[in-house]
Design a protein around this ligand. Structure first.
Ligand code: S3P
Length: 167
């Protein structure tokens, strides 16, 4: 069989715990593309995200996040965005012209995945907060998505297959 190819970039969006980083890394490997995780890029330049939230606040985080997202979107790569990156209007405008996958996940599945994690937005309210954030952002994700996949009960391999079949 010939190697699978897809048009690049492909951008993964969706809430915390939907599997954007895991799926993105596996998708990139399977099509021989670079993988860019914008959270990792932010941390590489500015340090741990939870510290940015604590010291400078979320508004500052969104500004530096936008800077790294804007750089990433120029690359021929698989790109996974932080869950809140779509809050920035410039990012929404950029994504309107790009192939975008919305990875969804149920609250039940996310509870298991995010246990013990290091996510500042979940620090206080846990799953209740996650659900509120997800419901607020769902219409934004929906408006940007060319393909929507519920990752709750699917293997990473199957999700990667669905993405490569679609694009
Ligand atoms: C955030 C999601 C995180 C990270 C930051 C804020 C959000 O990324 O960017 O903690 O606002 O949903 P992941 O979606 O990769 O967890």
């Amino acid at each position: 069989e010939p190697p699978t190819t897809i048009g690049l970039p492909v951008v993964l969006i969706g809430p915390m715990g939907a599997g954007k980083s895991r799926v993105g890394a596996r998708l990139a490997a399977s099509v021989g593309a670079p993988f860019i995780d914008t959270d990792a890029r932010v941390e590489g330049r500015y340090g741990p995200i939870d510290q940015i939230f604590t010291r400078e606040g979320e508004e500052y985080f969104r500004i530096v996040e936008r800077e790294l997202v804007a750089e990433a979107l120029h690359a021929e790569a698989v790109i996974s965005l932080g869950g809140g990156a779509v809050l920035h209007a410039d990012t929404r405008r950029d994504l309107a012209d790009l192939p975008v996958v919305w990875l969804q996940v149920s609250a039940d599945a996310v509870a298991a995945r995010l246990a013990g994690g290091n996510r500042p937005l979940l620090a206080g309210g846990g799953l209740t907060r996650w659900t509120a954030i997800q419901e607020e952002r769902a219409p934004v994700y929906a408006s940007l998505a060319d393909l929507t996949i519920d990752t709750s009960r699917r293997s990473v391999a199957r999700i990667v297959e669905q993405i490569t079949e679609h694009f």
